[in-house]
Design a protein. Structure first.
Length: 336
């Protein structure tokens, strides 16, 4: 049995119908009417121990609702979830001790307490043995650079420091599974990279299972092997990040450094998209133009110092999927 098993999961929210005007308001009060919003529509998937999975989709797709059900905060309308053999909403307390949750937009730390005191409190709450606490504090301080601000109250921390402090707090009790909700939102590139590196280290060294919801495709590309895409509450893709890029990222960029400045380069089958000194970037469609033909054409006419082919950005592929420009085929999408 997989660590996380989700079968035909459905969540409907009940919304009250409001009528216009004073009479309408009175009517709504006396005879309340409701409509249903299906936020999660028969989703199934399973996640094995040690996997890192990106859970993505456009705004309102149903990601948070699914994660809230996985963590036991919400009860499903129908379908089943098991996390390590437990039902998250029925065995909420037991489940909580085995999971860690990191919210990018909210802190779980005590606002007025120094960070170190928060960790002491968590040690007490989760009954973390001394040796585990010491080992984790050492590792987290080292990779996340906690020593800079351990004695400062949480309210004085910068966004990036708070995020690092929050991640350490969520992992202190050695959870088997961690749910990250937009873990790098609002952070600068250095802080983002530090967090991604930390996540990779913990996954590699401890085999911790990780699920990310994020709008930052670099988070997914740099930390996850697998990606589940949902849209309008339905699962539309479940597979590797590489596979979706390879199959749907049709455009490639040829970056060429010439031995001298050449004003007009004609390259049939490719379009000039950028130039900088002696360097030029050409975009081409990999299923229409062979890269070897482009290289031959260029090298016969011009002196070339360096040439590289750049892979497609996952960001662009996902944008097109959200905009309906790419229809995923069922054999690839792993959707049954
Ligand atoms: N408490 C609620 N009551 C009613 N409808 C809700 C509630 N929470 C979410 N919804 C609706 O359910 C749908 C899914 O919302 P959800 O927050 O799960 O999406 P999401 O994929 O996490 O979006 P985002 O990327 O914007 O955070 C949306 O249409 C949303 O308006």
């Amino acid at each position: 049995m997989a660590l996380i098993e989700v079968d035909n999961l459905v969540k409907e929210y009940q919304l009250s119908v409001r009528h216009k005007g004073l009479l309408g308001s009175i009517r709504s009060l006396l005879i309340p009417e409701y409509t249903k919003k299906v936020a999660v529509d028969s989703i199934s998937f399973s996640i094995e121990k040690g996997e890192t999975v990106g859970f993505i989709g456009p705004n309102g797709a149903g990601k948070s609702t699914t994660v809230k059900m996985l963590t036991g905060i919400l009860t499903p309308t129908s379908g089943t979830i098991t996390v390590g053999g437990l039902s998250p909403y029925k065995d909420r307390k037991k489940n909580a001790s085995r999971i860690g949750v990191v919210f990018g937009q909210r802190t779980q730390l005590w606002w007025d307490l120094p960070v170190a005191d928060t960790y002491d409190l968590l040690k007490y709450i989760y009954k973390i043995p001394d040796n585990v606490f010491r080992e984790n504090m050492e590792l987290f301080t080292d990779i996340l650079g906690l020593h800079e601000f351990l004695k400062q109250p949480v309210r004085q921390l910068s966004l990036g420091q708070k995020m690092r402090a929050d991640i350490a707090a969520a992992l202190l009790h050695n959870p088997e599974i961690i749910f990250f909700d937009e873990p790098t939102i609002g952070l600068d590139v250095v802080a983002k990279e530090q967090i991604r590196e930390f996540v990779r280290t913990v996954n590699r060294e401890r085999g911790t299972t990780m699920l990310f919801t994020t709008h930052d495709m670099s988070d997914i590309e740099k930390t996850c092997k697998r990606m589940i895409i949902i849209d309008h509450g339905k699962k539309i893709y479940d597979g590797t990040v590489e596979e979706i890029k390879e199959k749907y990222g049709k455009s490639r960029v040829l970056r060429v450094e010439f031995s001298e400045y050449i004003p007009n380069v004609q390259l049939p089958g490719a379009e000039l998209i950028k130039e900088e000194g002696n360097k030029k970037w050409f975009e081409f469609q990999k299923d229409q133009t062979q890269v070897s033909r482009l290289i031959n054409t260029l090298s016969q006419k011009y002196g070339i110092v360096d040439i590289t082919v750049q892979e497609p950005e996952i960001e662009g592929v996902i944008r097109e999927i959200y905009q309906g420009g790419i229809h995923l085929d069922e054999t690839l999408s792993g959707v049954s």
